[in-house]
Design a protein around this ligand. Structure first.
Ligand code: C2E
Ligand code: CA
Ligand code: CA
Ligand code: CA
Length: 275
């Protein structure tokens, strides 16, 4: 143990030291990953229940690390966010997603996840304008998914950015709806196009007596606000049936398809031909 500047003891366990070193290594590796082209996007389709057609896909980043193999975004996005690296990584995601979507049927859109630090950076709107222009993707085919974290320090600038995206024609979705403290009040601050109902509520369908009631309430809310509602993490046809009954408009989940590399998308598209 050693006395730190505040006069309190801090303990440097060997275990903690190892963890800090691992973190530092991850940080170094991540700083080089873009240049080394180790990031990839996988895509997961969303199915419109009424028509039975695919309306678009969500882009989900993957890191093919030289020694670790495929690293989950859950294991590096938070760190990237913390050290600001999410800005260049996120920029790459937007550009790549727009390019990839150009190869899809023209009724399909692509959704990208934009995290709080990226949303706050001054470059987001310019990046999107530039990515749309250089790929040729119409703005209407791009969707931005934000979580409550983006709106947590809601201020004039956040709302201005959202409105600028909207003016461009880009659609905006509220991701992980229902998981935070004030999901409802955020719906009031901006007219989202889509509500993504968090996977945990879909899971509750089978296990909690009121599971259906929650989904039904969110679907009804979306309907009255003119927003589509997509249920995330749909894994079984029983869940899909319930979700349809409760009034959600779209579903996304392993039942339709796992997230797949771009080369495998055509196969998935063929399973759900346009009406
Ligand atoms: P998310 O935005 O909520 O994405 C949905 C996650 O649920 C994805 O995990 C997806 O693979 C997973 N999933 C989809 N269907 C099912 C299902 O039926 N069952 C189960 N158990 N899981 C399902 P993934 O790809 O590991 O991404 C995790 C999180 O990492 C994302 O959560 C998102 O917050 C973040 N993320 C992923 N890609 C990006 C990115 O390009 N930029 C940023 N900022 N964040 C990203
Ligand atoms: Ca998402
Ligand atoms: Ca989500
Ligand atoms: Ca999530």
């Amino acid at each position: 143990a050693k006395l730190d500047g505040r006069g309190t003891y801090r303990f440097f366990e060997p275990e903690m030291d190892a963890r800090m070193q691992a973190r530092r290594k991850l940080e170094l590796d991540m700083r080089q990953a873009l240049a080394r082209r180790e990031f990839q996007l996988h895509y997961q389709p969303q199915l419109q229940l009424q028509s039975g057609t695919l309306i678009g896909c969500e882009a989900l980043i993957r890191w093919r690390h030289p020694d670790r193999g495929l690293v989950s975004p859950l294991d590096f996005i938070p760190l990237a966010e913390e050290i600001g690296l999410i800005v260049p990584i996120g920029e790459w995601v937007i550009r790549q997603a727009c390019r990839d979507a150009m190869a899809w049927p023209s009724h399909m859109s692509v959704a990208v996840n934009v995290s709080p630090a990226q949303f706050k950076s001054d470059r987001l709107v310019e990046t999107i304008i530039s990515a749309l222009a250089s790929s040729g993707l119409p703005a209407q085919r791009l969707e931005v998914e934000i979580t409550e974290g983006v709106l947590l320090q809601e201020n004039a600038k956040t709302l201005q950015t959202l409105h600028r995206l909207r003016e461009l024609g880009v659609r905006v979705s509220m991701d992980d709806f229902g998981t935070g403290y004030s999901s409802l009040s955020y719906l009031r601050s901006f007219p989202f196009d889509k509500i993504k109902i968090d996977r945990s509520f879909v899971k509750d369908l089978a296990t909690k007596p009121d599971g259906e009631a929650i989904i039904r309430a969110i679907a009804g809310l979306g309907k009255s606000l003119g927003m589509t509602t997509v249920a995330e993490g749909v894994e079984t046809s029983e869940q899909m049936q319930r979700i349809r009954l409760e009034g959600c408009t779209d579903v996304q989940g392993y039942l339709i398809s796992r997230p797949v590399p771009p080369a495998e998308l055509a196969e998935v598209f063929a399973l759900y031909p346009p009406a």
